[in-house]
Design a protein around this ligand. Structure first.
Ligand code: C2E
Ligand code: MG
Ligand code: MG
Ligand code: MG
Length: 293
């Protein structure tokens, strides 16, 4: 009896796996077509300097709208792309797309210091990454310091010599490097000090308990201090509330990003947002000057 139940379970399980494999194949085909047909786009989310409210930078986040599947989250399709060998293409595509957009904003006179692009660890294993980046920067007439590449902390765990070598090469070119989702991996502090990075991004999971939980607050405080002593900028992601903003400002966190300021937006919406934001900020500053006089 037990044996029969076992076999039934097995059969059910195996059918499930077949279905999963089939689904994955279908989705990877759809993703391959999406890359070719421009169904992939980038959205842009601003990062704000804590000190004076100026624009610190903008992060480019990939979006996939499929006619059948609908909106597919990058936390679904990036792992899929990594599995089915499409991540190389997506990496190059997003750097190219982001740099083109940045160049076009520059021509339009928008003042944005830097654009951040997310890359997968696999992208950093490509020995040609630095050369590809150099070529894209040149094609768009962008200084290297206007590009920041984000790499998740987990990468450092199973780090390979090629990853660090590529990072150093990029850093020597003047490209910025940011350690994303910091605090979710297990990189040691001594290792952190050796990494060729310019920025740490505190993972947004810390924001949830930040206001009420002493332990979480202690960790965030420590990360900000570590950043300061290593001369690395600290950016908080997932900032949603005014109390979170105020606490981070008190701690001396350099910049913030989150729904409190703006959601990720399509390029046109982002430029409208930026013009609005800058006008509002200018009038606030004028009022302050007026009050001081
Ligand atoms: P990430 O780089 O840590 O990006 C931050 C995520 O938090 C984004 O999710 C963003 O939309 C979301 N977010 C921003 N502010 C808030 C907030 O105030 N509250 C909450 N709850 N969420 C906020 P998204 O766009 O779904 O991206 C998820 C992850 O997918 C990214 O995490 C990044 O690791 C990856 N990803 C996105 N685009 C790309 C890409 O072009 N290439 C690669 N390799 N990975 C990408
Ligand atoms: Mg990121
Ligand atoms: Mg992050
Ligand atoms: Mg994240």
């Amino acid at each position: 009896k037990a044996k029969r139940a076992g076999r039934a379970t097995y059969r059910f399980f195996s059918a499930d796996i077949d279905k999963l494999a089939e689904e994955r194949l279908m989705h990877s085909t759809a993703l391959r077509e999406a890359i070719a047909s421009e169904a992939l786009t980038l959205n842009y989310q601003p990062q704000i300097c804590t000190r004076n409210g100026a624009i610190h930078g903008v992060e480019a986040l990939a979006r996939w709208h499929d006619p059948v599947l609908g909106e597919v989250s990058p936390s679904k399709f990036i792992p899929l792309a990594e599995e089915c060998g499409l991540i190389e293409q997506i990496g190059v595509w997003s750097i190219k797309q982001a740099c083109q957009q940045m160049a076009s904003w520059r021509r339009a006179g928008l003042d944005i210091p830097c654009i951040s692009v997310n890359l997968s660890p696999i992208n950093f294993q490509n020995v040609n990454l630095a050369a590809v980046v150099a070529q894209i920067l040149a094609a768009n007439d962008l200084p290297a310091k206007m590009l920041m590449l984000e790499i998740t902390e987990g990468v450092i765990l199973n780090e390979r010599a090629t990853v660090i070598a590529t990072m150093s090469e990029l850093r020597n070119m003047g490209v910025g490097l940011s350690l994303d989702d910091f605090g979710t991996g297990y990189s040691s502090l001594s290792r952190l000090a050796q990494l060729p990075i310019h920025e740490l991004k505190i993972d947004r999971s810390f924001m949830r308990d930040f206001e009420n939980d002493q332990g979480t607050r202690a960790i965030v405080t420590a990360v900000v201090r570590v950043g300061q002593s290593l001369d690395v900028k600290v950016v908080a992601e997932g900032v949603e509330t005014e109390p979170q903003r105020r606490l981070l400002a008190e701690l001396g966190c350099d910049a913030m990003q989150g729904f409190l300021f703006a959601r990720p937006m399509a390029a046109a919406a982002f430029s409208r947002w930026l013009l609005d934001y800058s006008a509002h900020r200018a009038s606030l500053m004028l009022r302050q000057v007026g009050r001081a006089l």
